[in-house]
Design a protein around this ligand. Sequence first.
Ligand SMILES: NC(=O)c1ccc[n+]([C@@H]2O[C@H](COP(=O)([O-])OP(=O)(O)OC[C@H]3O[C@@H](n4cnc5c(N)ncnc54)[C@H](O)[C@@H]3O)[C@@H](O)[C@H]2O)c1
Length: 332
Amino acid sequence: MSSSPRIVVTGGHGFIGSHLAERLVTTGADVTVFDAGALPPTLDLLRRHAQHVSGDVRDPDRLAEAITPRTDLVFHLAATVGVDTYLHRPLDVIDVNFTGTQRVLERAARVGARVVVASTSEIFGKNPAVPWREDADRVLGPTNVQRWCYSTSKALAEHLTFGFVQQHQVSACVVRYFNIYGPRQRPAYVISRSVHRALNGRPPVVYDQGSQTRSFTYVTDAVEGTVLAGAYDRAAAPAFNIGSMRETTIGDAVAMVTAVIGGGGSTLAVDTNGQLGAGYQDLPRRIPDATRARLLLGWSAETDLRDGIARTVEWARANPWWLATDDSGAGR
Ligand SMILES: NC(=O)c1ccc[n+]([C@@H]2O[C@H](COP(=O)([O-])OP(=O)(O)OC[C@H]3O[C@@H](n4cnc5c(N)ncnc54)[C@H](O)[C@@H]3O)[C@@H](O)[C@H]2O)c1
């Protein structure tokens, strides 16, 4: 009989989920990937060494195919993400992120599996007092501005998680990711979009002068923090900020991309108010205090931004299918 842990990754065909599932497979876990979307090309390791259950995370019957009484641990990453989606399809964002998380937690409660729920730095909204500790306040805009629906949907997913811990004794915790980047990411975010555009011979876009700051976190670092959170099986269910504490302006990050790729280094300046409308509201700074993850999990983001960008560019050059994907989503 195999003693490998039985692990389910929802959203395991997505950007972070596929890196996580690969990491789990290579360390000997028995992995089942649950996703509504297709497995990206070239992921032969996952194709061969993981089970794949196709379905909508809101569908309890499909979920029961993946999360069984033998499941030890569920990483719940399936979600509707991206600025383009939350501006244009807010109902999908709210329903998938809330109902999907509820279904996963219900199923986990039924079979006795532990759950790690993926959340986001967006839950802090526009709280100006960075760096944000896990217990920092949420400061949001009005509900008629769809820009905040993703933040609210993920915060509700967190409330659900802590509610299931309290009322149904589910073992669970939350990981809040901060600007994860790396190979395979949809070209709708600062780094991935800049790499995609520059390698396709188009200038990377810089929104509103690029003076906003972020804490760019390489995907394998995020995966490591997630795996450690999965192993942190304590009665109290904490949230962990999983993000680099190094603050970088978006302008500097885009300049690093163009420097790594070479060429002219020109950029395209965009005024978000004019192009994306008033529903789009940017944050001047988004920085975590990741001390809790360091103290309780022994985790910190190790990858230097320039190294992470270089690895992403190298991967992109070797994957023409990704360079040919559509980057029309106006994401960050
Ligand atoms: N990438 C980041 O910087 C970042 C930052 C903060 C939080 N997160 C969170 O991390 C998780 C993974 O994000 P990602 O960047 O890998 O996104 P992604 O879009 O690449 O992956 C999400 C996956 O979920 C699947 N999915 C969507 N709706 C589904 C549904 N109804 N049923 C089943 N599967 C569904 C998609 O097919 C996709 O494979 C999400 O929960 C997201 O909110 C990501």
